[in-house]
Design a protein around this ligand. Sequence first.
Ligand SMILES: Nc1ncnc2c1ncn2[C@@H]1O[C@H](COP(=O)(O)OP(=O)(O)OP(=O)(O)O)[C@@H](O)[C@H]1O
Length: 683
Amino acid sequence: MRPFLLPTRRCLKLDPFLSVPCRFPRRRSSDMATVNKTAHPFDKTRLEALLNRRFFYAPAFEIYGGVAGLYDYGPSGSSLQANIINEWRKHFIIEEAMLELDTTIMTPAPVFETSGHVARFADWMVKDSKTGDVLRADHLVKNVLEARLAGDKEARGQAAAPKEDEKDKKKKKKAAKAVAVQLADDVVKSYEFTLAQLDNYSGAELGELCRKFDIRNPDTDNEVTEPQQFNLMFASSIGPTGQHPGYLRPETAQGHFLNFSRLLEFNNGRVPFASAQIGRSFRNEISPRAGLLRVREFTMAEIEHYVDPLDKSHARFKDVRDTVLDLLDRDVQLSGSTAPTKMTIGEAVDKGVVANETLGYFMARIHMFLLKIGINPKRLRFRQHMANEMAHYATDCWDAEIENSTGWTECVGCADRAAYDLTVHSKKTGHPLVVRQALKEPVVTEKECPEFNKKNFGKTFKQDAGVIQKHVEGLGEEELLKIKGELEQGKTTITIDGKSFELSPEVLRIERRTFKQSIREYTPNVIEPSFGLGRILYTLLEHSFWSREQDVERGVLSLPPLVAPTKVLIVPLSAKEEFDPLVQEISSKLRRAGIFSRVDDSNTSIGKRYARNDELGTPYGITIDFASVQNHTCTLRERDIMDQRIASIDEVIATVTDLVEGTIDWEEVCRRLPAYDGVQAID
Ligand SMILES: Nc1ncnc2c1ncn2[C@@H]1O[C@H](COP(=O)(O)OP(=O)(O)OP(=O)(O)O)[C@@H](O)[C@H]1O
């Protein structure tokens, strides 16, 4: 026996579905497959209007005119970001027992001088030769060539790529000043080749490309100047004297490295281990025009995983070995192609496509995380850095790129930074940033060692003695053996800076000695996955957005319950007081179950209330009507297919808890709970 009653005739009159206009027909589970999320092409303008209307985010300082590249997140955007961060914490920090940090943003200049950011953290910019407008050189080349290729496609009568919305197409056409112009085949090839390896070009080469392809400022059609470097860090000064320059950090990584010896001690001196940090970073981007995709202040989540340089295997690699990734490696890009290869990460590491197990392990874990929060797997790929693109010290680097209406965007960088950062900071400060490993078995080695007879040596060579000693001590095993042999014959001659010195066994002997080493000291290598949360959040919103087939105006954000800002919407059918105890009961039971819910008791139709929450991505709705008051029942609605089920309040709460925790899906709900069908209830 079900512990609830079917709705009565009275409740049918107030059936929430009957108050919903019939253009939003109710669906049953059997209709699930018929929900067509692609009935309308993706419309960025609609999505942007929705995000603005529902205050996901908005330009910061808007009433002062706004500042490019700075955004404020509203309640929906903040909750979405917090939920993504929560999942990130679980997926990485908790799962891998990482050591979490929260280090300062303001950083004294010497830190970034040592790390190389002052000299090299820069992009190439060009200026409009007449107006002085500033453009990022690689983006200018990309936009113009892509637009010309789009014009060429149109002229050849090929359909534009489906992802491109009208606004984007117009932008590109404008950028190219070449609407529907067919290009010669070799020109198309050379554009495609250039685009495939755009990240590989130096400043001078970008300038060369602008001349070769006659690339101008698309807004004015004016020529552009030679590329110049622009450092992206925001400079500041610490304290009132102005004598201590500082910078707002452009990444959180240096905070990890400077604390390495404390972290190592916290981890009982053991390697491998990882530190993790979520925090704000700042980059003075040259021309931030892509919404959240390129901003000047953003939240990063960074992991620094420290490994033995001689052993980059990962204990849990076997768990992810079979994960299939879309990999776009360096060689494919050099060939001018942008088609990734599907490969298990196991195979990629075995074949040397990905440098080592630890890097591969994190690529697979990044892939899993992005899918878990709702990124479309068909629009996710890993692209290997080209040689010029990679920092000079890095061994291998792959970006998780997510496709969106602007193209493929790097959202997570995953690099093997080798021992660079720890080595340079240690050298600069004299503070050892090394691991001292007690060896299980002492290592016994033998080597040739020079022994100077100090008295005779000093007397013979006087002021040259120091130079000769330094030279001999710097010689390798082979050279020392040669000298040893010659000394055994009576004498040897060495030449330093063109000057020859004759040495005899009275001043120098070469002895073979045995050494026993019980401690190994080394600087660990660092594998760094670095996430930009704003880019992930925005691409997720694009991937989740669609419009109902029946009505393009009815936008839906199909955010997974895991990250949706609100999990359950409680909708009392009427504002009558008799509903209040039920609303309170359901709210408090959901609260106790740890499920974030909101009550919408506004004075609008239930259909409008649901539509509003579909736009907010709220996956489930609980409706309370007069039958609920009588029978202690309520209905449970699924956002995407708009199916509704009925059950006792406790049963609905238990079911929605399972749904939010991800232990069941809607198919299972359909097996558990009967469809809410007012018509059947009358009969
Ligand atoms: N200006 C920005 N706005 C938003 N997110 C950013 C920005 N710059 C970097 N990120 C994010 O931080 C992550 C790590 O930063 P990283 O230094 O690897 O980026 P990057 O290579 O400089 O990016 P790009 O080449 O796109 O400027 C990126 O994968 C991205 O998600």
